[in-house]
Ligand binder design. Structure first.
Ligand code: F6P
Length: 537
């Protein structure tokens, strides 16, 4: 909702963007000796450096002023108080309750939830310990050796990232993920597995998702074909906010979570049961502990030293101040290779919106396109565009000092630092020409090539450094991104917790599936879609 203070804050933001939009980042370090300390934060095993963003000190202050005027502090209180901040669905949004300390007293719409959270956490821990110790076995008495986690979107991306990042911490059990409705995904996941020693965990908040149900049916058939008649009960688990649907499907044992856990914010819940089992409850608890530290920091730190707030402001400055429509995320750690995919859902499903909380069209940019790859791979693919393309794409480098052994991963972090430096410094045409001449080129050749070897520079980046790829640091990193996404939504005045934009395609897919069964396109279909359907049916 617009207030005079908010309008004034946006006007000041726009004015400073016009005035300082072209300012050279490098010059700002000389202009403000405190720039690095002002624009960096250390919290929960993470170090964030936002000093290579394209903001002057005045722009930075205008962004902070905007956050205050938008009511970030009051909205933050509302989130933690369990108010119905998901206004279109009338739901609280309480993922912090899932990682709170024992004895917390969170409430969703006034209903206490913490006791139930602790009960389910204890059930998961007991089950995981029993299974890891071989007390909980398969139907034929053999210990479980593998888990197949079936889910998609928020019921897949978080646990998959956690597993990738932490599996070198001596996992006891093999864990495979299946998300794609293409049967090849399931077929590949099952290679080398035996039904007798495999646990299938079907994860779906709604338990209505077409892809997940199709994959769950395939997994159930694979188990049933090999197990004794009542064997499924020990091999097929449901994790869901609709336990009655999971039981109807055939999951005798279910682990529940509530509708105040958004799908893309759900990795802290039973959605990560597969990781709790495969990595061990203590690893999962480390993840929760790290996120808890970030929650407390988000609640307590003043806005100017608040990591999620500063990250959000850098994004708002880039999108609305400098009109940049994309951001690339480059993790410099193989274990974080799925981070860009996780962030695509977290940020684009949360904030890819064009209607504000009052139902009016937004007048400013909201979520940019988020894309990325592990940094070293990206460098040999799309970084050409980031360095020399006409569009400026802000970059985010997520750097891990040590992965899981004691060795400092210098080839990784040295590359990350070099990329940030190259983006900021660039290379002038004169420098490029001099280099060519020094390396023996004829003057005409140097003139011809200098433009191609010029880098405009002054391209912004953020660095996030994790000392170790440990459960606590990973938990803090993911909570950082969650709160960053929330703050952006507050500033853009949108509901970050619904996702109506995914619904239309689901409905149309059902109609097309019905047509595919008969092979005859409905007369309602447009000529293009009808021709495609005929070709494919
Ligand atoms: O289609 C989008 C979506 O609803 C996401 O928001 C969600 O994470 C995903 O599908 C999976 O949904 P579910 O957990 O209900 O299967």
């Amino acid at each position: 909702m617009n207030t005079p203070a908010l309008d004034a804050a946006w006007s000041a933001f726009d004015a400073v963007a016009v005035r300082d939009g072209e300012a050279r980042i490098l010059d700002q370090f000389a202009a403000d000796p405190d720039r690095l300390s002002r624009m960096s934060v250390e919290v929960a095993g993470l170090y964030l450096d936002l000093s290579k963003q394209s903001w002057t000190t005045e722009a930075f202050d205008a962004c902070l002023n905007l956050a205050r005027a938008a009511g970030v502090e009051a909205r933050r209180e509302a989130l933690f108080a369990g108010e119905a901040i998901n206004s279109t669905e009338g739901r609280a949004v309480l993922h912090p309750a899932l990682r709170a300390a024992r004895g917390a007293a969170f409430q969703a719409l006034g209903e206490p939830v913490s006791a139930e959270v602790e009960r389910i956490h204890a059930e998961m821990t007991d089950y995981a310990q029993a299974l890891r110790a071989g007390r909980e076995t398969g139907a034929t008495g053999r210990a479980f050796k593998a888990i197949v986690h079936v889910g998609i979107g928020g019921s897949d991306l978080g646990p998959r990232l956690v597993w990738d990042a932490l599996k070198p911490l001596s996992p006891a059990i093999d864990l495979r993920f299946v998300a794609n409705i293409d049967p090849r995904d399931m077929a590949e996941a099952l290679v080398g597995l035996e039904p007798e020693t495999t646990l299938v965990i079907v994860v779906s908040k709604t338990f209505t998702t077409q892809e997940t149900l199709a994959n769950a049916e395939a997994a159930r058939a694979w188990l049933s074909a090999a197990l004794p008649a009542d064997g499924l009960d020990r091999h097929l688990i449901g994790v869901t906010a609709a336990p009655e649907k999971a039981r109807a499907f055939g999951c005798a044992r279910t682990f529940a979570f509530r509708d105040w856990v958004g799908g893309r914010y759900s990795l802290w819940s039973a959605v990560s049961l597969s990781c709790v089992i495969a990595l061990g409850p203590e690893v999962f608890d480390g993840l929760l502990a790290g996120a808890r530290v970030m929650d407390q920091h988000f609640l307590d730190a003043p806005l100017e030293a608040n990591a999620p707030v500063l990250m959000a402001l850098a994004q708002v400055w880039n999108v609305d101040g400098l009109k940049r429509g994309a951001r690339t995320v480059a993790p410099y750690a193989h274990g974080l290779r799925r981070l860009p995919a996780f962030l695509q859902q977290l940020e684009m499903e949360s904030n890819g919106k064009r209607i504000d909380r009052d139902g009016r069209p937004v007048t400013r940019g909201t979520c940019p396109i988020v894309f990325g790859e592990p940094g070293t791979n990206g460098q040999h693919a799309f970084f050409q565009q980031i360095h020399q393309g006409p569009q400026v794409v802000p970059a985010e480098f997520v750097i891990v000092r040590r992965t899981h052994d004691a060795v400092s991963e210098s080839p990784l972090w040295a590359n990350a630092l070099a990329q940030g430096q190259a983006l900021m410094l660039g290379k002038t045409a004169d420098q490029a020409r001099d280099e060519l001449l020094t390396s023996g080129a004829e003057p005409a050749e140097a003139d011809r090539l200098a433009g191609h070897k010029t880098f405009p520079g002054n391209r912004p980046s953020t660095a996030i450094v994790l000392d170790r790829l440990a459960p606590e640091a990973l938990g803090a990193l993911l909570a950082l991104y969650e709160h960053k996404t929330f703050v952006e939504g507050v500033i853009w005045d949108i509901n970050s917790f619904d996702q109506w934009g995914v619904e239309l395609g689901k409905v149309l897919a059902k109609a097309i599936l019905a047509d595919a069964a008969t092979g005859t396109p409905s007369p309602m279909l447009d000529a293009s879609t009808a021709a495609l359907l005929k070709r494919l049916a």
